[in-house]
Design a protein around this ligand. Structure first.
Ligand code: SF4
Length: 374
């Protein structure tokens, strides 16, 4: 049982996510809410963002702050400082303050700025250490920049460092993935997000008719990755996320524990008082202060089911007592018919007052979740 996740479970966290949609280059697989960096747009965007953040009049302590993108590190130092000033009132009590960065847009001065404003976690977009593949997916950095950034971040006092890696990439072989894993073993990092490429429509790779691994191949590679990472001291605490020495991403745990969070910025979404909202994806509307696009109330039954689906993504599983306290309903009794077959097959287990996926259950979680939805 991870102590930090257990703490969050018992203390109901509140997250604040801030989206910076600008990138210096566009990756060939990307379908996120993003656009090319342009100084004037960023300046106007930060003004609109300030308005949006202030309009919430946040008066509860923020447990986790997360600046994601896009590429937040594409902002220049002055713009980053304005962003940190906007978020300063909420940073004081945050246990975790993360910013996503890409190696090619980072400098030591930016790291020092992060440190000054209380950022204590870095999430670095690496994707692979094979430079030919990096080029193919539209990434601009070189491996040396990643190594230097990690060393400098540690020197600047930011030691909680996560990297993102991907498999199922074009040109990538099993040997390439093994090489990536060998490099990971030697890096002084605390966290790793490892995702298989999902081919989305309207991306360059999709238009090039790229075909990734078949299901069986992907399953075998996922197994290999998990085994290797476990040998290297990484613990899989969520289907695609691994931590070392007790450093899960607390902010993402707020999502997986179905807790509440503010979401600010273009295309961001939030979840407050059982209302889920989505911001506009249109820059012009956002700059005009028309932030919100949709809003829906999550009814009691739907909320219970979401909590179950999200909770099962975590190796810790879903706390039976927290569920009961929140919904006044016994989870195992209420979902007995749907859950029992998975318990009988050894895919789910009841342990330490939690319903959790077993290791095999985690590998087959997509299948379990699909069955549960049906
Ligand atoms: S840096 Fe991230 S957000 Fe920007 S294009 Fe690449 S994948 Fe998309």
């Amino acid at each position: 049982m991870n102590k930090k996740i257990e703490w969050l479970e018992n203390n109901e966290g509140m997250g604040l996510y801030v989206h910076i949609p600008f990138c210096t280059n566009i990756c060939t697989y990307c379908d996120f809410s993003k656009m090319y960096y342009k100084k004037e747009w960023v300046d106007r965007y930060l003004k609109a963002l300030e308005k949006e953040v202030q309009q919430y009049a946040i008066d509860v302590p923020i447990t986790t702050l997360y600046i994601g993108g896009g590429t937040p590190s594409s902002l220049n130092e002055e713009q980053l400082e304005s962003l940190f000033q906007i978020l300063k009132p909420y940073a004081g009590r945050a246990l975790e303050y993360t910013i996503e960065v890409n190696p090619e847009s980072m400098t030591y001065e930016k790291l020092l700025l992060f440190k000054t404003y209380g950022v204590n976690r870095l999430s670095i977009g690496v994707q692979t250490f094979n430079e030919a593949i990096l080029k193919k997916i539209g990434r601009l950095h070189h491996n040396q920049e990643v190594f230097l950034l990690i060393a400098q971040a540690r020197e600047a006092g930011i030691k909680n460092i996560s990297i993102d890696l991907m498999y199922n990439l074009p040109l990538q072989t099993k040997e390439d993935i093994l090489k990536d894993l060998m490099i990971v073993e030697a890096l002084p990092i605390t966290h790793l997000s490892y995702y298989s490429l999902i081919l989305e429509e309207h991306t360059v790779l999709y238009n090039e008719h790229f075909e990734g691994m078949d299901e069986q191949e992907e399953y075998t590679i996922t197994e290999m990755i998990r085994e290797k990472l476990e040998q290297f001291g990484f613990h899989r605490y969520e289907i695609s996320n691994f931590e070392k020495n007790g450093h899960p991403s607390l902010h993402n745990c707020v999502y997986w524990l179905d807790q509440h969070y503010y979401g600010c910025g273009l295309g961001a979404h939030g979840y407050l008082d059982n209302i889920r909202y989505h911001n506009t994806k249109q820059l012009s509307a956002y700059l005009n202060g028309e932030f919100l696009q949709t809003k829906e109330t999550i009814e009691h039954k739907e909320s219970m089911f979401e909590a179950l689906m999200l909770g099962l993504r975590l190796a810790n599983g879903i706390s039976l007592s927290s569920f009961k306290q929140r919904y006044q309903i016994d989870l195992l009794t209420y979902y007995q018919e749907r859950l029992q077959p998975f318990i009988d097959q050894g895919l789910l287990i009841i342990e330490e007052n939690h319903l959790r996926p077993t290791s095999k259950g985690m590998d087959l979680l997509d299948f379990i979740l699909l069955e549960l939805v049906d």
